[in-house]
Design a protein around this ligand. Structure first.
Ligand code: BMA
Length: 370
């Protein structure tokens, strides 16, 4: 009796924004809350779709990843990008077939992983890419000239997300992270390319279309600005507590290790304080080393800056080619350093987060040596 009282008040306290959330979504949300304590789950974009020197051909095993090739362990968090689903294309903007992506998402979930979706949507007005900054947002809001097109796009997004079902026909929960890095000006939804009010409105209308029009109830919404120029920037575009379940931030090492470390410490602290005031989990939703050079980057730059930061996960971006990769691969000179990074008991791989259920686990710490 006592324990059921305890767990129901816990459930009430941790309500997510979708009041009709599927059962599996509620569980995933609670698992994410349970992850965001002392440990950090490791994530990788397109982890199982391709690596630096291989590409999934659509047949055979769904379990290959550069991180596993290097460490013998799979990542805990799986990022995918649905850019070009809105066009009705068969492949996403990085040539991953959506049919394969669906299988990889379901597999990641069935394996006990967490799935997160970004959306590099094309510019709905110009027809250019995400990086085409022709103003578009005001025209796709309710009443705008391009509204019909946007509604058509959201229908396709909804169809894809709703098509994510496990072997028992249950919806697969995903973290959806649209319109990311909005405090930068490189995307059509970014600062300077639309007003703050229009951004907030776009976010809310997008959530409402998915939630009420298309009855999509397997989504947690994540808000993720890029590295902050000033503290206030974190909140500037915030769509509101009823429209965001998870707080995020994208921070890359563009300008050197010291600047990166500082940004991680300062910006995660800003996000953490805000997350605490809202009782929401938070994560480093994208990161990676663009300024290569440090031979022990994982253990000496990234790890000390994120240790004990409270982030639920960190996700490194995709392994596209020897010129554009963020996780290690076997021939990578930093592979050994990554293995050492992965040995830290607070860095969680797939098999570690499998142990994290949805019951509160205040004292969970990974057993040494696992
Ligand atoms: C960017 C780069 C691009 C890619 C995009 C979406 O950061 O990796 O090559 O198209 O993400 O995945």
């Amino acid at each position: 009796m006592l324990s059921s009282c305890k767990s129901s008040s816990y459930l009430r306290k941790t309500e997510l924004t979708d009041l009709k959330a599927s059962k599996t979504l509620k569980k995933t949300y609670l698992r994410i809350r349970n992850m965001s304590r002392k440990e950090i789950a490791l994530g990788h974009q397109d982890a199982t779709a391709y690596g630096v020197v291989w590409k999934h051909d659509g047949s055979g095993t769904l379990d290959r990843s550069d991180i596993d090739d290097v460490t013998g362990k799979f990542p805990a968090v799986y990022g995918f990008d649905i850019g070009h689903i809105e066009l009705g294309n068969t492949h996403n903007l990085d040539s991953v077939p959506f049919d394969l992506m669906r299988k990889l998402i379901v597999k990641a979930h069935e394996n006990g992983g967490i799935v997160t979706l970004s959306w590099h949507a094309d510019n709905p007005v110009s027809g250019g890419s995400s990086w085409d900054t022709v103003p578009a947002v005001s025209q796709i809001l309710k009443g705008g000239n391009f509204r019909k097109r946007y509604e058509g796009w959201m229908e396709k997004v909804a169809l894809f997300i709703r098509s994510l079902k496990d072997a028992h026909g249950q919806p697969v929960p995903v973290v959806f992270r649209p319109f990311h890095e909005m405090n930068g000006s490189w995307f059509w939804w970014g600062a300077g390319n639309c007003s703050i009010n229009d951004y907030v409105q776009l976010w809310r209308e997008t959530v409402n279309l998915l939630r009420y029009e298309h009855k999509v109830h397997n989504v947690l919404y994540a808000y993720s600005p890029n590295t902050l120029n000033e503290k206030e920037e974190y909140l500037r575009f915030y769509p509101g507590d009823d429209f965001v379940d998870i707080l995020g931030i994208d921070i890359y090492n563009h300008s050197g290790d010291d600047i990166y470390r500082e940004a991680l410490r300062n910006d995660i602290a800003v996000m953490r304080a805000f997350a605490a005031s809202r009782d929401k989990p938070f994560a480093l939703t994208e990161t990676g080393n663009i300024q290569r050079g440090h031979p022990r980057w994982w253990t000496e730059v990234l790890y000390p800056a994120v240790k004990n930061s409270g982030i639920a996960w960190l996700l490194v971006w995709r392994n596209h080619s020897p010129e554009h990769f963020f996780a290690p691969y076997p021939e990578d000179p930093l592979a050994d350093d990554f293995r050492m990074f992965g040995e830290h008991k607070d860095i969680l791989f797939l098999k570690d987060i499998r142990e994290i259920g949805f019951e509160p686990r205040p004292d969970f710490t990974r057993q040494p040596g696992k």
